[in-house]
Design a protein around this ligand. Structure first.
Ligand code: MN
Length: 490
């Protein structure tokens, strides 16, 4: 039985009374709205939204987001209206729930080259990163009940999760969520490869556990001797899908992979990280080329940690990861680590070195992370307000700069299409190829073999790729015509 106390337990004793009140109200509201509805598994529908809310609570999201998570299917799947919800919970929660509903209608077509655009579109549509995070939690729970979905749909949903949702979680620095989504989707997306990976883990795990146990005992002794406080030493098993991807990179040669199981050492300060590393290297011989300082040089998604791989002495090899508590939380929760309940309820500073490769604007969050109001406000800004998202008739999405034309779109699909564009249909109607496209337009390019670029096109293109191809065509062509007229003149 679902009980609201389960959520409170996750929040811990620092949860504020008013937050609990909001969550409890949303809990009862959603429970009543979904009354009598069942999932494919036969269990009450409410279980799904309840589990989604629990995932959000575990990620450390704030009460507003958890409440929106509880009610995320209410507007779409129950008779409850927007007005009713607004009256009870206010504008902001309705905004979040509407955002999640909107994202649910996005169609996915697995065209490799447009998947990145789809990810961006996802974020742009959401308008607020909290909406994205609720959607990711919703997806994770749906994946865990995928066995009840029609088999032909299973693979599509699983693949979409791996190509769109997991990378998004990764971009937000939410490593745990990313790994959980991938691992839940893996068996449905790639059943054979999943089994293969599973077998490899089974065959190796005991061996690595043995190696790690050996060094853990000795390391604990050394740490004590050197008076280094450690808040946690534990071994972690690599996420299955990420192990699989690594196996592929190493021609499925398991003997080249040393981090199936790794020892994780969590300490209080950066200085201690390096002291522990020194201690480990003084005790065991490290493998050359395997020492990685992601503290000095973090990964693009902000991940920080020291990694080293050592010979255990008994013929084994083991990886050790050393980090502070703060780095540990950031690695697992990413942007969610700055919402609320983790760590004594304090908002922690986003570290100076956190870097988000893709959502560049997120960098600004560093400055506002300490001011909760501003922080939330910032999440709502348009991350891609100077981009528009244009669809092919098949539903693939291409992202272009604002004011792009069908010519830009054509060149972004393929050079040959661009070079032979003669007309365009926008949302099913014939239109000028010089028209300005609007966000969400569906564009069909009409080509003719005899059609060629003209210099006028340069005035109606925004993308470098289109300009480049037009210019190169014109250059080649003017040379050719000069040569031709030269021939005639002679
Ligand atoms: Mn849902």
């Amino acid at each position: 039985m679902a009980k609201v106390e389960e959520i409170f337990n996750i929040l811990g004793k620092n949860a504020k009374a008013e937050d609990k009140k909001l969550i409890e109200k949303a809990y009862h509201f959603a429970e009543k709205a979904h009354e009598g509805q069942k999932r494919m598994s036969g269990e009450p529908y409410f279980n799904h939204v309840f589990e989604t809310a629990k995932i959000l609570a575990n990620l450390g999201m704030d009460a507003m987001t958890i409440s929106a998570g509880l009610m995320h299917d209410v507007l779409e799947d129950t008779p409850v209206t927007e007005e009713e919800m607004q009256k009870e919970f206010g504008e902001e929660i309705v905004f979040l729930v509407n955002g999640v509903t909107k994202l649910g209608h996005l169609k996915y077509h697995g065209h490799e080259r447009h998947v990145e655009s789809l990810r961006k579109f996802f974020v742009a549509m959401a308008n607020d990163l909290r909406v994205v995070i609720i959607k990711l939690a919703d997806r994770l729970h749906n994946l865990t009940t995928l066995q009840y979905v029609r088999p032909d749909k299973q693979a599509r949903i699983a693949l979409e999760s791996i190509e769109v949702h997991a990378p998004l979680a990764n971009r937000l620095g939410m490593g745990k969520l990313k790994g959980d989504i991938e691992d839940a989707a893996f068996p449905y997306a790639f059943p054979k490869e999943y089994q293969q990976t599973q077998d490899i883990i089974e065959s190796q795990k005991d061996l690595y556990d043995k190696y790690l146990n050996e060094i853990q005992t000795e390391l604990e002794k050394e740490l004590k001797k050197n008076k280094i406080e450690v808040s946690e030493i534990s071994s972690r098993v690599k996420h299955k899908y990420s192990l699989y991807k690594k196996l592929v990179r190493y021609d499925m040669d398991i003997s080249k992979i040393y981090d199936i199981v790794a020892l994780r050492v969590v300490v209080d300060s950066v200085e201690d990280c390096y002291r522990v590393l020194g201690l480990i290297h003084a005790t065991w011989r490290p493998l050359l080329g395997r020492i990685k300082d992601y503290i000095a040089v973090p990964k693009p998604n902000g991940y920080r940690s020291l990694h080293t791989t050592i010979f255990t002495g008994s013929g084994g090899i083991a990886e050790v990861q050393i980090r502070t508590k703060e780095m540990h939380e950031e690695a697992a929760y990413g942007i969610a680590a700055h919402f609320g309940y983790k760590e004594n309820g304090d908002k922690k500073k986003l570290d100076e070195k956190s870097k988000f490769e893709w959502i560049e604007e997120l960098k600004d969050l560093k400055e506002v992370a300490n001011e909760p109001k501003k922080f939330i406000e910032h999440l709502k800004t348009d991350f891609f307000n100077d981009r528009i998202f244009i669809f092919t008739p098949k539903g693939d999405v291409v992202d272009l700069p604002e004011d792009s034309s069908p010519i830009d779109f054509a060149y972004n699909i393929h050079t040959d299409i661009g070079n032979h564009t003669t007309g365009a249909k926008i949302n099913g109607k014939m239109a000028q190829i010089y028209s300005k496209l609007k966000n969400g337009d569906i564009v069909e390019i009409i080509t003719k073999d005899s059609a060629t670029p003209s210099s006028k096109w340069l005035d109606y293109t925004k993308t470098t790729i289109a300009k480049k191809h037009i210019k190169s065509y014109l250059e080649k062509n003017s040379l050719l015509s000069r040569l031709k007229s030269y021939g005639k003149w002679r």
